[in-house]
Write a protein that binds this ligand. Structure first.
Ligand code: UD1
Length: 353
């Protein structure tokens, strides 16, 4: 448990996967937290679980508002009532396929929502921001590991919203130097809270590897489609940098601390990854070991737009944030399985959707 401090942090999208885990760590660290979430891809039960995990005492430091960043009044209502010291901005859509089919929805939620947020923050003189970016801004990196000053490139409308929002952050900070903005580029967040009470609960059929594997393990899906087994890698499957969501949560605390302690920070990006690559087949094997379940697989063609191998350079975050991932693939699978077996249907209390 950290020391108590009186800072109040607004967390947008705080009921989502990364949001819930970060809110728990903020509360444990003594921050007051206010969540705004529209429940587009999250549920109230997640907020109830945050309270269960931190206990009644720290729950007193948590407020929740159901609201939508696209509706400026929702933000005005919040900022006119409470003085926020900083904002951690998770709220946004992240399904690549959906963004290709419906780009306007992505521009609306991700761009308009964030622009509104900056405007209301400026009006109320709250100019410290931690923004959820993504390794997707590296596109198909020419070399690995990905270093923060690589040239950036988007591969789809979702990725474009992250890239645009990074550019918007840089422009705002350049024009108004009193802003301090940290862009956190997440690699592949997986795992769950060790209590087994919080985890990822995507709506519909999961797009991402680990939620898919998890649903095969609990019998919701029959088999895993492995997209690509002819990549030029050690076992033919694609390689990613999976990072435990609790490490990611702690990365946000480190970023906040940096915002509060650094003069002339500007707008700067950090990778949040482990620096280690793991293949799809290795991930399947690790999950089978952790769960004792067989994960049947079907070999499928490559998924369009997928990179062969992506992992982070962790040097900048280690040096400047004093943050480093603690957990390996074994712990990621252990905690994800613990969440899955206790909540086979996610936050829904009963079976079947
Ligand atoms: C994906 C997005 C990325 C986004 C991130 C959010 C794409 C192209 N990229 O990253 O923009 O920021 O999610 O979390 O969608 N795999 C399978 N079977 C599956 C699912 C995935 O074999 O059912 C493979 C993929 O081909 C990939 C690896 O598993 O090699 C990881 O996939 P995924 O979890 O979707 O993450 P990314 O593609 O890295």
């Amino acid at each position: 448990m950290g020391s108590s401090n009186n800072q109040t942090i607004l967390v947008t999208g705080g009921a989502g996967f990364i949001g819930t885990h970060t809110v728990v760590q903020l509360l444990n660290d003594g921050y007051n937290v206010s969540i705004i979430d529209n429940f587009d891809n999250s549920v109230m039960e997640a907020v109830i679980r945050i309270r269960e995990v931190v206990g009644p005492q720290l729950s007193n430091n948590l407020e929740f508002t159901q609201g939508d960043l696209r509706n400026k009044d929702d933000l005005e209502n919040l900022f006119s009532k409470t003085k926020f010291d900083a904002v951690i901005h998770f709220a946004g859509l992240k399904a690549v396929g959906e963004s290709v089919a419906n780009p306007r929805r992505y521009f609306d939620f991700n761009l308009i929502g964030t622009i509104n947020l900056y405007q209301v923050m400026a009006k109320y003189n709250c100019k410290k921001m931690v923004f959820s970016s993504s390794a997707t801004v590296y596109g198909q990196p020419e070399t690995i590991p990905c270093v923060e000053d690589f040239k950036l490139q988007a591969m789809n409308p979702y990725g474009r919203t992250k890239l645009f929002l990074e550019e918007i952050a840089r422009d705002i900070q350049k024009a108004e130097p009193e802003w301090k903005i940290i862009l956190l580029r997440y690699f592949n967040p997986v795992g769950a809270h060790e209590s087994g009470k919080l985890g990822e609960d995507p709506r519909g059929i999961p797009n991402n590897l680990m939620p898919y594997i998890q649903q095969v393990a609990v019998g919701r899906l029959p088999e895993l489609n492995v997209y690509g087994h002819d990549y030029p890698t050690k076992d033919g499957s694609a390689i990613r940098d999976y990072i435990h969501v609790m490490d990611l949560a702690d990365g946000h605390i480190a970023a906040l601390r940096k915002l509060f302690t650094t003069e002339n920070l500007g707008c700067t990006a950090y990778n949040l990854g482990t620096g280690h690559g793991t293949s799809v087949f290795e991930m399947v094997t690790a999950f089978e070991k952790a769960s004792g379940k067989k994960i049947p697989i079907k070999l499928c063609p490559r998924r369009p737009g997928d990179a062969t191998e992506v992992y982070a350079s962790t040097e900048k975050a280690e040096k400047e944030l004093g943050w480093k991932a603690k957990y390996g693939v074994e712990e990621m699978c252990r905690d994800q399985w613990n969440w899955a077996k206790n909540n086979p249907w996610g936050y829904k209390r009963k079976s079947l959707e």
